[in-house]
Design a protein around this ligand. Structure first.
Ligand code: MLT
Length: 301
């Protein structure tokens, strides 16, 4: 019999999301394992009883992994369990970047008086867009999410170029006929119409897309960051947008300086926010943690 705690599940009824996220384990708790989601626990010291921490999600940058390792605590994530949700949002964002759907809907809401249909027909030209088919998409990072996006973008008729020095055999196989693999990041930056980033945040990837990389991109290219804030240098992006060296930026990570800019779409970290993804991650985290505590092996399912 093992004792597993989930950070949100132990929070008392009636707490709001913020309070729940900051609700810590009681001093008297001695769990064997912990399951958590996005709670920012960089400075947290887990109780001595803890053998493993399961992150129900992909990124582990909210957990003090090095400190856990020193304490002998195993940390693992649930790769792929929310990949479909992120993929769908990235594809939706790509479509939103070429079709002014939100702007058109907002404008029509502002119409008043008679004959709205006629007014709409007469003025719709301002909301004409472009198509993704035939355009070139660069995918930086070909893990579970990047590979799914690459495959589906290909099915939408896009030409896809992928960059990732560490591709698994399974991924290489799944994308082999659809994605041209670039040897250098510059090959993606200089040739693509749309570039989407899907690497984890680490010392190596922090600021990976900065001034120098943005300067290599086509002036009419659009950049998407659904990976982590910090991988893309937002200040450099703003400069590039102002200088017309970049045509658009969509990010899932709020940064005050990006708000209220017509060329930027900022989302509140919605990538994995679907009921299905939350259930998938929770199940994979729970099963994997249970198996680890029972058998001492990390085997995800
Ligand atoms: C992930 O790391 O799995 C996603 O960004 C979603 C999340 O942080 O919850």
């Amino acid at each position: 019999m093992f004792h597993i705690k989930t950070f949100n599940a132990i929070a008392p009824e009636g707490m709001n999301r913020f309070e729940k996220d900051n609700y810590a384990i009681n001093e008297s708790d001695t769990p064997d394992g912990i399951i958590l989601r996005s709670q920012k626990l960089h400075d947290y010291t887990f109780p001595k009883s803890v053998l493993a921490v399961a992150r129900a999600g992909a990124g582990t940058n909210n957990i003090p992994v090095a400190k856990c390792t020193e304490q002998g605590i195993v940390v693992f994530n649930t790769p792929g369990a929310n990949a479909n949700a992120v993929k769908e949002l990235v594809l939706a964002s790509l479509l939103l970047s070429v079709r002014p759907i939100l702007q058109g809907a907002q404008w029509i809401q502002s119409l008043t008086g008679e004959a709205i249909e006629e007014q709409a027909e007469a003025n719709k030209k301002q909301f004409a867009g472009h198509e993704l088919e035939g355009k070139k998409l660069g995918v930086i990072g070909l893990g579970a999410i990047g590979a799914m996006i690459a495959n589906d973008a290909y099915r939408l008729g896009m030409e896809v170029v992928g960059y990732d020095p560490y591709v698994s055999v399974d991924t290489a196989w799944s994308i082999s006929r659809r994605v041209t693999r670039a040897n250098e990041l510059a090959d993606v930056l200089t040739t693509c119409d749309f570039i989407t980033v899907h690497v984890p945040l680490s010392e190596q990837t922090k600021g990976m897309i900065g001034q120098a990389e943005l300067a290599k991109m086509k002036n009419d290219a659009k950049l998407f960051n659904f990976a982590r804030g910090g991988i893309v240098d937002d200040a450099a992006v703003l400069q590039a947008l102002e200088a017309d060296q970049l045509a658009g930026y969509t990010t899932d990570f709020a940064d005050e300086k990006l708000l209220h800019n017509d060329k930027v779409l900022v989302l509140p970290h919605l990538g994995a926010s679907t009921e299905e993804a939350e259930i998938n991650c929770a199940k994979m985290a729970a099963r994997t943690l249970k198996r680890f505590l029972e058998e001492g092996t990390i085997k995800r399912s």
